[in-house]
Design a protein around this ligand. Structure first.
Ligand code: FAD
Length: 491
C-alpha cells in the first residue's frame, strides 16, 4: 500500500466511480466518507427483485474486468476472494428482420468465419476491422484514457508523442457509418459494426469513426460475465471499501458543496456543514454545478453540450425458456438511419426500434424461477426533453412485443408474468443524471473528448469530479478510469 494522503475526504455519490474513488483515496491514506442519496449503492449499477426474478437494473455488458481487479490489487487484496467472472464464448446473438440469425463468437477468427457464412461478408474484412480497432485503442489509451486531458503534462511525454504520430489512425474526420460502409459490402455487417456507437450513447451517422475503437474491447479484450450478475461489481467493491475503513451513508443527499474563496471547506448535509479536506463529486457534473454549486462560475459551454442517448427498459419475468436466445441478444431495426434520426433529431423512439434482450438466468439459473427467464428488454431512447413518455412507453411496448413475437415465432405478451419499467425520467430522478442520459455528453462530434469536464475544478483547489459525465466518459470501464485519474490528481 502506498499511503501518501492525510486528512478527510468526502465522496458525493456511491455510483461505481464514487465507490472506486473511495477505495483509491482510502489506499492513499485518506479517511473517506461516501454520501449516497439512495438507500443502496451502485447508482445505475444496481439490481432488484420482482416476482421471483432478479434483474440487473442498468449495465449488462462487462468489459475490461482488469480495471475492477486492479482496485483489489492496489488495496493489497486477492481479487478472486471478492469477485469472480468468466469470459464469454459468444458476445451476442443477432436477429435481422429479413430472417437472418447468427451468433457472434468472441474469438475474432470464429466471428469472421460466422459472418462470412451467414452474411456473405469476406472474413478478411472483419479481421481487418478488428485489427484497426486494436490500433485505435493503442493510440488513444495512454493519451486519452489514463490521464487528465486538462493537464499540460499529458501532452509532453513519450506516450503522447507516439500518439501524435499516429493521430491519423483515429479516422476522426468521417463518421463511423462512412468508414464502416466503405469497409463492408453487406449492409447488415455495416449495421452490426455501427451498433457500437450506442455503447457510449452516440449516433453512428454522426460520431467519428474513431469510435470504431469499441469492438476491440468486446472481441480482442473480451466480454465477461460477473458471477452473481452485474451488481456483483458494485457489491464486491463496496465490501472492499468497507474493509479499508470507508464509511457509507445512505439516504444521505448532499445539499451543497461549501466553498470559501478558492477552496472547498466541506459539504452541507441535513442542513449542517461537515468539514472535509478533499471533496469528490460523483454526481453528474451538470447537477453538481447547478444544484450543489449554484453560486460558482458555471462552465456553460461544457454543461450545455448535447447529451448521450438514454434508454427505455422493460424488465419482464418470462414464464418460458428460449433456447435460441443467449445472454446478449439484438433484434435489429430494419431501418437503422431512420431509427437514429428519430433518436437524435426528432428526439423520439422509432416505431421499429432495435431491441436488446439481456438474460442473466442463462448463466445464473437462480435469477429466474425454474422454466422461466429474466428478460431485460431495452431500446435506445432520446435524453429526457419533456417528451410525452407515458404515450411513448405504451406505443413502444406494443411495437416491441409485435417485433419479438414475429421474429421468435411465438406470442410474447402472454408470457410476461411480471413487469417493471425504467424510462429516461426515472433514470434522471434516481441517479441525478442530467436528462437521464446514460453516458453524460454525447460523443457525436470529434471534439467531444475535449468538451467533457475535467476531473478537477479550476475554481476550487480541493474539488474533483468523477464518473460517467466527466473525463474520460461513461460506461463502467471509463468510470473506473476516471476514479484512477482522480486518485492520481489527489495524491
Ligand atoms: P451513477 O451510477 O449515476 O451514480 C451516481 C450516484 O450519485 C447515484 O447513486 C446517485 O444517487 C448519487 N448522487 C447524485 N447526487 C447526489 C447527491 N447530491 N448526494 C448524494 N448522492 C448523490 N455501462 C457499461 O459499461 N455497460 C453497459 O452495458 C451499460 N449499459 C447501461 C444500461 C443502462 C440502462 C444504464 C442506465 C447505463 C448503462 N451503462 C453501461 C452506463 C453505466 O451504467 C454508467 O456509465 C455508470 O454506471 C455510471 O456510474 P457513475 O458512478 O458515473 O454514476
Amino acid at each position: 500500500m502506498n499511503k501518501v494522503g492525510t486528512g478527510k475526504a468526502a465522496v458525493i455519490g456511491a455510483g461505481i466511480a464514487g465507490i472506486a474513488t473511495s477505495i483509491r483515496l482510502a489506499v492513499q491514506g485518506y479517511e473517506v466518507e461516501v454520501y449516497e442519496a439512495n438507500g443502496y449503492p451502485g447508482g445505475k449499477l444496481s439490481s432488484f427483485e420482482l416476482g421471483g426474478y432478479r434483474f440487473d437494473a442498468g449495465p449488462s455488458l462487462f468489459t475490461m474486468p482488469h480495471l475492477v481487479d486492479e482496485l483489489f490489487k492496489v488495496a493489497g487484496k486477492d481479487p478472486e476472494e471478492y469477485f469472480q467472472y468468466i469470459r464469454l464464448p459468444e458476445t451476442c446473438r443477432y436477429f435481422y428482420e429479413d430472417g437472418t440469425r447468427f451468433t457472434a463468437h468472441a474469438e475474432p477468427e470464429k466471428l469472421a468465419q460466422e459472418i462470412e457464412t451467414h452474411l456473405g461478408e469476406p472474413a478478411d474484412h472483419v479481421l481487418a476491422h478488428l485489427r484497426d480497432s486494436a490500433v485505435k485503442f493503442e493510440v488513444t489509451e495512454k493519451l486519452f484514457l489514463h490521464r487528465s486531458l486538462h493537464k499540460v503534462s499529458t501532452y509532453f511525454n513519450q506516450d503522447a508523442l507516439k500518439g501524435y504520430l499516429n493521430l491519423h489512425r483515429l479516422d476522426a474526420f468521417r463518421s463511423m457509418n462512412k468508414a464502416n460502409s466503405s469497409r463492408f459490402k453487406d449492409p447488415r455487417v455495416v449495421q452490426l459494426f455501427n451498433r457500437y456507437a450506442t455503447y457510449n450513447g452516440s449516433d453512428p451517422y454522426q460520431t467519428p469513426a474513431t469510435m470504431n475503437i469499441i469492438p476491440h474491447l468486446e472481441y480482442n479484450i473480451g466480454a465477461y460475465f460477473p458471477r452473481g450478475g452485474m451488481v456483483a461489481i458494485t457489491n464486491s467493491l463496496v465490501k472492499l471499501a468497507k474493509d479499508l475503513g470507508v464509511r457509507f451513508y445512505f439516504n444521505a443527499p448532499v445539499q451543497e458543496v461549501v466553498t470559501q474563496e478558492k477552496k472547498v471547506v466541506g459539504i452541507r448535509i441535513n442542513d449542517a456543514l461537515k468539514p472535509y479536506d478533499v471533496v469528490v463529486s460523483n454526481m453528474d457534473v451538470v447537477n453538481t454545478f447547478r444544484k450543489l454549486l449554484p453560486k460558482a462560475q458555471q462552465p456553460e459551454r461544457i454543461l450545455r453540450q448535447p447529451k448521450s442517448s438514454s434508454a427505455l427498459i422493460f424488465y419482464w419475468g418470462i414464464k418460458k425458456s428460449f433456447t435460441e436466445l443467449g445472454l446478449h441478444n439484438i433484434f435489429f431495426s430494419s431501418d437503422y438511419p431512420t431509427e437514429f434520426n428519430h433518436l437524435f433529431q426528432q428526439k423520439t423512439i422509432y416505431q421499429d426500434p432495435t431491441v436488446y434482450i439481456n438474460i442473466t438466468s442463462k448463466y445464473e439459473p437462480s435469477d429466474a424461477p425454474a422454466g422461466g427467464e429474466n428478460w431485460f428488454v431495452m431500446v435506445n431512447a432520446p435524453a429526457n426533453d419533456g417528451q410525452d413518455w407515458d404515450a411513448l412507453i405504451d406505443q413502444t411496448r406494443q411495437n416491441i412485443i409485435k417485433k419479438l413475437s414475429r421474429l421468435l415465432g411465438q406470442e410474447i405478451g402472454s408470457l410476461i408474468e411480471c413487469e417493471a419499467i425504467l424510462d429516461p425520467r426515472l433514470i434522471e430522478s434516481r441517479t441525478s443524471s442530467s436528462q437521464g442520459a446514460l453516458y453524460g455528453n454525447s460523443s457525436n462530434n470529434r471534439f467531444a473528448a475535449f468538451l467533457r469536464h475535467a476531473n478537477f475544478s479550476t475554481q476550487f483547489n480541493n474539488l474533483y469530479f468523477v464518473g460517467g459525465s466527466v473525463h474520460p466518459g461513461g460506461g463502467i470501464p471509463l468510470c473506473l478510469l476516471s476514479a484512477k485519474i482522480v486518485g492520481d490528481l489527489v495524491k
